[in-house]
Write a protein that binds this ligand. Sequence first.
Ligand code: MN
Length: 323
Amino acid sequence: MDNKKKTFKKILKAIRDHETILIHGHVRPDGDCIGSQIGLKKLILANFPEKKVKVVGDVCEYCKFVGVPDGAEDEEYRGALSIVVDCGNAERISDQRYKFGDTLVKIDHHVEDTPYGDISYVEDSAGSCTQIITDFARQMKLMMTLDAAYPLYVGMVTDTGRFRFDSVTSTTFEDAAYLLSCGVNIEDVDNHLSVTTLKTLKLQGYVLSNFKATDNGYAYICMTQDIVKEYGVTNEEAANQVSTLAGIEGYPVWGLFMEYPDEIRIRIRSRGPEIKTLANKYNGGGHEKAAGAHLDNWEQLPDFLNDVDQLVKQYKDSLVKED
Ligand SMILES: [Mn+2]
């Protein structure tokens, strides 16, 4: 039996052995995080209806349609199983009571920074955490219901940029096909994800008219709190505007600087060079082509711009050499 199957069996046993299961994700959850949490909860309940399963952590505003956390009382952790999904490092787990359980399981697809958990399954080549959970359900021959398949599919769609990132493989499509066979309606999912508010659309117009770029081709927008207020959007809606700068010819790396009272959070994206190392240098991390980092204040911006600009230059120089 391969390692994956062995670990899946251990996870299934841990689920069987506990009456109460609490499912955590990461802070500022995205579609894959909440999709993994809600999907796993529904999957467990479909197969073990007598268990008490609760989703713990923050609300994901733009994916509220897949569900919101239940929350849990401290005493519910006694003798319970905690499962953390879609979270590479322990400090980012929401909330930190995950430690109160009797056993801890980690299921994730981020490059492993800090290992945690009594049982851990990490597959950093998977395009989404929900893909791993789908694989788990299939390999362990669990019953998949529509209410489990739907959030799992939403996680796949959002974390692969609608099946466009290079993390997408034939296996991704096989797992997606399996979820569709359970009755997921693609059009319904797309209606929820693609319809945007007028406020967000106007902010997008601002981003397109006001973004800046470094000499070698890093496109970026500084999202100050003045702009967030002016357009009447949430911080999350503003930060999601990073995708507006994707796909500009000659700008293989792009990003958004999100101003908060005590820090500036950077979202960095790439379709060329690996950017995780740069993110690590600025107190961040993530994936090779999508990462996050931090600045203490705007005074640090020039240093970051200089570093990212050099990275883009090296990347473009390496392309010339290949020709
Ligand atoms: Mn994810």
